[in-house]
Design a protein around this ligand. Structure first.
Ligand SMILES: *[C@@H]1O[C@H](CO)[C@@H](O)[C@H](O)[C@H]1NC(C)=O
Ligand SMILES: *[C@@H]1O[C@H](CO)[C@@H](O)[C@H](O)[C@H]1NC(C)=O
Ligand SMILES: *[C@@H]1O[C@H](CO)[C@@H](O)[C@H](O)[C@H]1NC(C)=O
Ligand SMILES: *[C@@H]1O[C@H](CO)[C@@H](O)[C@H](O)[C@H]1NC(C)=O
Ligand SMILES: *[C@@H]1O[C@H](CO)[C@@H](O)[C@H](O)[C@H]1NC(C)=O
Length: 820
């Protein structure tokens, strides 16, 4: 268990690695000088700014940099989209300092990237694998695979066998291969996180940190999916294959189901350790993310580094340093690389008169090493203080027992987060003057801020004077054209800060930002603080005005907004009874009677229909779900968050990624990357209707675990396909929330059930419009029995869950620790 103990095996291993490395270095330097002396044996594939395109211009090979003109890499990217997205990089760790003098050659039986500055011909990268013929033909294929083909047309080498951080359709993951994350979003050097087939069985894939600790695994292959990833059964865009699982020749991969108009799509291990699946949307010109694991960012092993505290609920930045500590690498921390962890304010590491500060509540963490003994608190502290590598202690006065922790503290989080294996009240060793120092540190920051503020402002004033005349003219024009009819109130940040009591009462947290309750002129309001809003001030105002002009009894009314510096806030009417999601069983919610549910269903439909059909510019909501249906004092439904998808820029992915089971929640055409229409909202509305009917979430936690769930729960973990089948078979009563205990109007329940299934049809054209939905619910038009949606049925066809083994997170963690 003690991981810091002496291990002779490790040392001899390190020695061998060193010897091998040394030999390799020798080898490569001799190769590089040889090749320069003998240029005739080499063939230049590309040099400088030239590139190679694949046949249909999907991928491009060439030299690129991320944001630093002095670091160039050879890589493959999508040629057809405006967002630079690199799927493969050759010289990940050895960037070239200039593009002009760089070349990519086939030379000495290898592919080589060379730095030719000052005729040096330094080889900075060369291909692994077998020797290549000099006459080999180098081609970039339409699937992104860079291949070398010999005279007989046989592939001698392919980049797909040496993946970087991206798993493309057609690529294979085999035993011994790993995909490795980038170090940071701008640095392609191999980072800490990797994906591989899990040894020794090779029957599942796993994510690891530092090639040792598993922090996520897919669950074993059941014949057509991994048991922990039931979304794989949805045949929306992929077909997965796993040949020879549980053997040394195991090969996992996937292809797209479409043969024509294939969307651009990829899996990627990002620098924060998550595996993410993206599809390119030409409509929004963005990569939309539809699936990601692990769901909880804090599950990524050691994400926040030594002494970093992880909070999964914070959407912007999960890591923070405790009082008295600061990020070890402030720049990296800002870029989302938290692995450096936290160090004590000031640089001292340890002193005899340190104090111990208690963290609030129980926390969980992993410690490199601890020593436990019995003794009083004073003993416990004294012992810890006597050794500089002791960084924390916990003491239990009841049992008079003490634990001293040494080295690093990883995976520190609130006890509910269940991150680390140790759960205890923790006293962290801090400098004795932390309280005093904190004030000092703040004043220093303040002074330096003031100085730089003065410097910046003098520059700004000069600029301002130059620009002012222009600005005033433009602003007048702008405000006239932007504020034609709205009666929106413009708030200052200060006003809203006061109105919300310093943003102290949080009502909720959605994909766009946190919502706080507040009071303006003694009326209650809800203030939404947008996170990372896209676009500038002008776009924001224009968009807010569009939203402000949309008024309907079933839409939440926007009262005003604030746009100051980087702050973007929206002020809405306060909805006394909160979101519909409060009333679903799984959230421990209150029961709503059938009458209220039926009115909410119709009200919501009317609100969305208004957005689709009656506004001047048709608005697709893009995010219909119970969280976005708010209930007024009299439980009338009001749709919220409409028009916001545009406000946060083009990044829908954060919205979509906030719930488990997105693949079964949003319309299939969206995931397939084709343009979405108002029918995508109809689909999500249908899903919401099922939740209203069943009084439960459509997706209940993870899929069933071996034997656990009890009878019937297995097929109901994902509600929609099961419910759709019951409804189309005429057994809607089986679907209705049992909390209603039969207290409902059968005719209305049947209508709601049938409408829901019509809304979640696979084909857009088969789904009704929202206007028609309203008429169907009102009983104005007859509702026929729809066919069960086929795509969803795949999930409950039974096939998928054959031989599901134990795959709980705990199981994963304990297996991982057994290995290390
Ligand atoms: C590539 O470089 C050459 C000279 O180094 C230059 O003349 C040419 O315009 C460049 N092409 C592009 C597309 O930048
Ligand atoms: C390129 O596109 C054409 C037309 O869409 C298609 O027929 C052809 O098969 C494509 N070629 C490759 C290599 O995918
Ligand atoms: C991937 O594996 C499949 C099945 O083993 C094989 O048919 C295919 O050629 C492989 N593709 C590549 C790019 O290696
Ligand atoms: C401090 O504690 C560590 C871990 O128990 C131990 O290896 C080290 O020798 C100790 N140092 C001193 C000076 O006692
Ligand atoms: C942990 O959670 C408790 C209660 O939820 C909270 O009071 C405390 O501030 C949290 N600790 C940290 C360090 O965020």
């Amino acid at each position: 268990m003690d991981s810091s103990s002496y291990n002779p095996q490790q040392i001899s291993c390190k020695f061998i690695v060193f010897v091998i490395l040394f030999t390799l270095l020798e080898l490569s330097s001799s190769i590089s000088s040889e090749s320069c002396l003998n240029p005739s044996s080499s063939k230049v594939i590309i040099a400088g700014n030239s590139t190679i395109l694949s046949a249909n211009r999907t991928f491009e090979l060439g030299f690129f940099n991320t944001n630093d003109e002095s670091k160039w890499y050879l890589g493959v990217w999508y040629a057809s989209i405006p967002t630079p997205t690199y799927v493969w990089v050759a010289n990940r760790e050895t960037p070239l300092s200039s593009r002009d003098a760089s070349s990519f050659e086939i030379d000495g039986g290898r592919l080589r990237v060379k730095d030719n500055r000052d005729s040096r011909c330094d080889v900075v990268w060369e291909s692994g694998g077998g020797k290549l013929e000099a006459e080999g033909d180098v081609k970039l294929q339409e699937d992104g695979d860079l291949v070398v083909i010999d005279a007989r047309g046989v592939v001698m080498w392919r980049s797909f066998d040496f993946p970087a951080d991206t798993f493309l359709p057609g690529m294979n993951l085999t035993v011994g291969q790993t995909l490795t994350s980038w170090k940071s979003s701008n640095d392609p050097a191999p980072g800490k996180y990797s994906l591989r087939l899990r040894p020794p069985d090779y029957g599942e894939v796993e994510l690891l940190v530092d090639n040792t600790q598993t922090y996520w695994s897919s669950g074993v292959w059941t014949g057509n999916i991994f048991s922990g990833v039931p979304e794989m059964t949805l045949p929306y865009i992929y077909k997965f294959y796993f040949t020879d699982p549980f053997t040394e020749t195991a090969t996992f991969g996937y292809t797209e189901t479409m043969t024509q108009q294939k969307p651009l799509t990829r899996f990627n291990i990002d620098s924060s350790g998550k595996i993410k699946q993206y599809t390119w949307s030409a409509q929004t010109e963005s990569w939309n993310m539809f699936w990601s694991e692990p769901e909880n960012p804090c599950r990524v092993y050691g994400l926040c580094g030594d002494l970093g505290f992880c909070n999964a609920k914070s959407m912007v930045n999960p890591c923070k340093c405790l009082d008295g500590f600061q990020p070890f690498d402030g720049v990296g921390w800002g870029d989302g690389d938290f692995s450096g962890g936290c160090r004590r304010d000031g640089y001292d590491t340890c002193s005899d008169n340190d104090k111990f500060e208690e963290t609030t509540g129980d926390v969980t963490f992993d410690s490199e090493k601890f020593e436990s003994f019995s003794g009083g608190r004073t003993d416990c502290e004294r012992k810890c203080l006597s050794n500089c590598s002791c960084i924390a202690l916990s003491h239990n006065p009841k049992t008079n027992s003490c634990k001293n922790y040494f080295g690093k503290l990883l995976n520190l989080g609130n006890s509910s987060s269940d991150l680390g294996k140790i759960q205890d009240s923790l006293n962290i060793r801090v400098h004795k003057s932390v309280a005093g120092r904190k004030i000092k540190a703040k004043t220093i920051i303040l002074i330096s801020t003031i100085t730089s503020f003065l410097a910046i402002s003098s520059i700004a004033i000069i600029g301002f004077i130059i620009l002012r005349n222009n600005r005033i003219k433009r602003k007048k024009l702008e405000e006239e054209s932007i504020f034609p009819v709205t009666n929106l109130k413009v708030f200052s940040y200060k006003e809203l800060h006061a109105a919300t009591n310093g943003f102290s009462q949080q009502l909720g947290h959605g994909g766009f930002g946190a919502v706080f309750s507040g009071k303006v002129d003694s009326t209650l309001v809800a203030v939404k603080r947008l996170e990372r809003p896209g676009g500038g001030e002008k776009e924001f105002r224009a968009e807010v005005c569009t939203i402000g002009n949309i008024q309907h009894v079933n839409l939440v009314r926007l009262i005003g907004f604030c746009s100051e510096e980087s702050h973007r806030l929206l002020v809405y009417d306060y909805m006394a009874n909160g979101p519909l999601s409060f009333y679903l069983k799984n959230n421990g919610g209150r029961n709503l009677d059938w009458d209220a549910r039926f009115r909410i269903a119709i009200g919501t439909a009317r609100g969305i229909a208004y957005l689709h059909e009656e506004c001047r510019n048709c608005i697709i909501h893009c995010d219909i779900k119970p969280e976005n249906i708010l209930l007024d004092r009299d439980f009338s439904a009001k749709v919220s968050d409409f028009g916001l998808a545009k406000l946060i820029g083009r990044d829908f992915s954060r919205v979509l990624a906030t719930m488990r089971g997105t693949w079964g929640y949003v319309a299939p055409e969206w995931i397939s990357g084709v343009a979405i229409t108002t029918k995508a909202d109809v689909y999500s509305y249908g899903m919401t209707l099922l939740e209203i009917l069943g009084g439960r979430r459509n997706v209940e936690g993870p899929p069933p675990e071996g034997g656990g769930g009890g009878c019937g729960s297995n097929e109901k973990w994902y509600f929609p396909p099961w419910a759709a089948r019951r409804i189309t078979e005429g057994d809607v009563a089986a679907v209705v929330d049992e909390r209603l205990a039969g207290g409902y109007n059968m005719e209305e329940v049947e209508r709601v059930g049938l409408v829901a299934v019509w809304c979640i049809q696979d084909e857009e054209a088969t789904r009704p419009t929202m206007g028609m939905v309203v008429k169907m619910l009102e009983g104005v038009v007859e509702v026929a029995v729809p066919p069960p949606p086929k795509l969803l049925q795949a999930l409950v066809s039974g096939e998928s869950f054959r031989g599901v083994g134990g795959n709980s997170q705990n199981d994963t963690v304990s297996r991982a620790s057994d290995e290390s």
